[in-house]
Design a protein around this ligand. Structure first.
Ligand code: PMT
Length: 406
């Protein structure tokens, strides 16, 4: 596409309440100079009329595979070729399943099979449907075939639930589509290993030392990295979060187990991100039996837990290494000290405590690297993760280019 050619977006609308936001998406894409051809499924027409999309797109809306007049003007193959990008927004659970099965039973599904353009899915559905194993498997299949995800976001849903499954807001979506599919491709094929969540260090068979990490930050990073094309392994401490689509998850409990899992996979890793809140100290020994309440006082002897991040950063020919710093004060000073002492490529610092960082849906980060920094203001962890992944991708590419030119 030459710079003077407007981007051509084929926008597929499938059946879901979030379709009411799609006319706004058309408007915002056109405001940014794109040509938009809308294709609706039969189910989509139950939510918004084709006249609405016709008015905002300035083009006849296509709905039927068997419409002779429309096929004579621009057939489904021509539409598939015309598109610079195919965006399905909203992408319903049903449409995602049909795409995963490779069906060509309506115009939109047929175009998706027939196009060579990148396909971007903006899922929108109830949070339980999004978490369902069938949907996760279908998303895994589609992202494995190179389709990209935009969202979904967390938040209040039309059905009254709260959770993951909201369609990304039109303004942000339009920007992401035209800016190269939300950073998609930035990390194409790059292998990423991420740690997330807390660890549990056993005191006896029923007690442990742990912390307030929920895993949300690390899981959001895993999802954002997949959106950017990375192949993601997630080593997760004990958390109750669903596995992000297309992510390989390895569950562990203790720092020792997390270290083990990291060591097993670090040889096949290009970027390592340590978002887990790993114990610094663990009981020197765990009692075999439940400790009885006999003595009036009890002292627990602690010993240092392995520092996973330091070990990875010290590897010869190790991956690009990104740490986190959780600080209650002197954030920059402490984060920069960790960056230097642990010999990291980057560190993402967050102020924690008093309802921020740990176990909340929002966070703010300042990212530091040698000779630079970037502030990421407070927002939802999913959005924050996308911004952080973009910074990681840029720094990773720069580091590789620098290494290559030596
Ligand atoms: O999980 P959430 O509820 O979403 O909260 C997110 C978070 C606050 C846990 C996350 O944003 C965060 O800051 N994670 C790192 C927490 C932490 O342990 O920070 P630290 O400053 O103590 O450790 C520095 C770095 O060393 C971290 O990258 C940590 O993963 C790593 N580390 C620490 C100790 C250890 N034994 N091994 C490690 O690898």
């Amino acid at each position: 596409m030459t710079p003077s050619t407007p981007p051509r977006i084929l926008l597929g609308i499938t059946g879901g309440i979030a379709a009411y936001k799609s006319p706004d998406l058309v408007r915002r894409l056109r405001d940014r100079g794109a040509e938009v051809q809308v294709v609706m499924t039969g189910a989509a027409e139950r939510f918004v009329t084709r006249q609405t999309f016709q008015a905002v797109s300035g083009r006849p809306v296509r709905t039927e595979l068997w419409d002779e007049a429309a096929e004579a003007a621009m057939g489904h193959i021509e539409l598939a070729r015309w598109a610079g990008r195919v965006v399905i927004a909203p992408a319903s659970a049903d449409f995602i399943a049909r795409l995963a099965a490779g069906l060509a039973d309506d115009l939109l599904a047929t175009i998706c099979l027939a196009t060579e353009a990148p396909i971007l899915l903006a899922p929108a559905m109830n949070r339980v449907m999004w978490a369902n194993a069938a949907t996760r498997a279908n998303i895994g299949t589609l992202t494995g075939r190179g389709m990209r995800l935009l969202g979904p976001d967390d938040g209040n849903q039309a059905c009254g639930d709260t959770g993951a499954g909201r369609m990304v807001e039109p303004d942000r979506m339009a920007e992401a589509i035209l800016a190269g599919i939300a950073g998609a491709g930035l990390l194409e094929g790059v292998r990423m290993l991420i740690t997330a969540g807390p660890t549990r260090e056993p005191i006896d068979p029923v007690r442990f030392i742990s912390n307030r990490s929920s895993g949300k930050m690390g899981f959001a990073l895993a999802a954002a990295a997949v959106e950017s094309g990375a192949k993601v392994r997630l080593v997760a401490g004990p958390v109750g979060l669903p596995t992000p689509a297309a992510v390989e998850r390895i569950d562990v409990e203790s720092a020792e187990q997390m270290l083990d899992a990291v060591h097993r996979h670090i040889g096949q890793t290009d970027i390592f991100v340590a978002a887990a809140a790993v114990a610094d100290y663990r009981p020197a020994s765990a009692a075999r039996d439940k400790i009885k309440k006999t003595a009036p006082e009890m002292a627990l002897k602690l010993t240092r837990a392995p520092d996973i991040l330091t070990q990875v950063a010290a590897l010869a020919n190790g991956p690009f290494t990104v740490g986190f710093a959780a600080e209650t004060r002197d954030v920059e000073k402490n984060a920069r000290a960790k960056l230097e002492q642990k010999q990291l490529d980057m560190i993402a610092a967050n102020r924690v405590g008093a309802g921020s960082g740990f176990d909340s849906d929002q966070n703010a980060l300042t990212v530091y690297w040698s000779g630079g920094e970037q502030e990421l203001p407070k927002t939802g962890k999913r959005e924050l993760a996308r911004a952080l992944v973009q910074i990681i991708a840029r720094r990773y590419v720069t580091a590789r280019e620098t290494a290559g030119s030596r």
